[in-house]
Design a protein around this ligand. Structure first.
Ligand SMILES: Cc1cc2nc3c(=O)[nH]c(=O)nc-3n(C[C@H](O)[C@H](O)[C@H](O)COP(=O)(O)O)c2cc1C
Ligand code: SF4
Ligand code: SF4
Length: 274
């Protein structure tokens, strides 16, 4: 069996998808690994062959793969290349995201040999509204490493041509009443025009103009000369700037944060299919 050449692609504004990807990669025990982080890279154009393996690890936004990740991955091409789509979500649900990513890869010449869903601390999580705080935690990383070991086993047994159906992965347990409550609340907000912040706010009394937020922003929405200014039309509300501000000067006061913290507090578990 040919030695495994693993390529990892990740988009990860707040770092949870990246940590999951690193855990899976470590678990494969591979020596020939190539990591490409497209969080602050506007596009990527890579071609893969059937002797390589691609792992794609991206966050879920609104039940879909983060649109910016999809746009940036648009030009990748496989040639009957085995691939592992992985989506990371904030303890609510990933809905269509995993199937979407698997189909996206299939359309570009890849075949899904394994797939997984992981939980990451929610981008909107704060001290007052904690949502999946600290995840992926040590147990999640161990699970990611085990998944990596399974991938290497399948590769070494020469079974990479065996594909899986990503839609068959076990869904997270969620009682119907809670999901209904969430959807109805959001619908009421939409109908009554509850204001949604279009981008994070910077507290001018706390900001020391260090520029960290501008460096962290995946879409260059924050002015480098005046970091308290954000171009809302570019902002994807990823909260990288909020979580990364050393002065705690940035906040994203979305009404989703308390709602999610209240109703999706029960720990969900990671799943994989291989
Ligand atoms: C705009 C936006 C929408 C999100 N939508 C969902 C969602 O539908 N379901 C969910 O469980 N988490 C959702 N999340 C949370 C992220 O999927 C989660 O925090 C993920 O770990 C972030 O990945 P990253 O650390 O790689 O940026 C959303 C986050 C953002 C910023
Ligand atoms: S990271 Fe925080 S303190 Fe630094 S410029 Fe941005 S808002 Fe200001
Ligand atoms: S300004 Fe918007 S896009 Fe940029 S890091 Fe902050 S939340 Fe993300």
């Amino acid at each position: 069996m040919k030695k495994m050449e693993l390529h990892i692609l990740t988009f990860s504004p707040t770092g949870t998808s990246r940590r999951v990807a690193e855990g899976i990669a470590k678990g494969t025990g591979g020596q020939d690994m190539h990591f490409t982080d497209i969080t602050r890279q506007t596009s990527v154009s890579l071609n893969f062959n059937s002797d390589q393996l691609l792992l794609v690890c991206v966050p879920v936004y609104g039940g879909h793969v983060a649109p910016t990740a999809m746009q940036r991955l648009d030009a990748i091409r496989g040639n009957d290349t085995p691939a592992v789509p992985v989506v990371v979500y904030g303890n609510r649900h990933y809905e269509q995201a995993l199937e979407e990513l698997s189909s996206f890869l299939t359309e570009r010449g890849f075949r899904t040999m394994a797939a997984a869903t992981f939980i990451g601390e929610h981008s909107y999580s704060t001290e007052q509204t904690p949502i999946a705080v600290g995840r992926p935690d040590a147990a999640d990383i161990l699970f990611a490493e085990q998944f990596g070991q399974e991938i290497a086993k399948k590769w070494n047994e020469g079974r990479i041509a065996e594909t899986i159906d990503a839609s068959a992965i076990e869904q997270p347990h969620q009682d119907a009443g809670t999901m209904m409550h969430f959807k109805q609340t959001v619908m009421t907000w939409m109908q009554s025009g509850v204001p949604m912040p279009v981008s994070p706010l910077a507290d001018t009394s706390l900001c020391n103009a260090c520029g960290t937020c501008a460096d962290l922003c995946p879409t260059s929405a924050i002015s480098r000369s005046n970091p308290q200014e954000t171009d809302a039309s570019l902002c994807i509300k990823c909260c990288a700037c909020v979580k990364g501000c050393p002065a705690n000067a940035r906040t994203y006061p979305t009404p989703f944060a308390p709602l999610l913290a209240e109703i999706f507090s029960l720990r969900k578990e990671n799943k994989y299919l291989i």
